[in-house]
Design a protein around this ligand. Sequence first.
Ligand SMILES: [Zn+2]
Length: 143
Amino acid sequence: MLKTKPLDEKDTELIKQAEAIIEQNYSYGRHHIGAAVRTKTGNVYAAVHVEANVGRITVCSEAMALGKSISEGDHDFETIVAVAHPHPHEDIDHCWVVAPCGMCRELISDYGKDTDVILLHNDALVKCNVLELLPEKYTSDLD
Ligand SMILES: [Zn+2]
């Protein structure tokens, strides 16, 4: 059972910032996912995913947003969200929230175990701690 929390105004704004970054930078086959991360300082860093011809080397938007934040010296994450932008051949006129992939769940929790993730759960947008999404997380620690 996922332990979820309701979104607040700052979370709604975070989703809008993830939408804005991908709306500004959407490019078919290159960029169609945007993410925004809010840090404990209140700053928001938004980024798009970087698609590669060799699919497995594609870099997710969450990783790009974390990297942007860390590169600016902002290391303490509060909440993160990713959204998908529709392709021209899809009959959809809005972005939608997507859950982080397994690798991003690992990455987000490596860099902030108390980070919340916004996702769709039981047809509602909610947030939950990243570790809720990654039971028995990999660790090389002995303890
Ligand atoms: Zn990912």
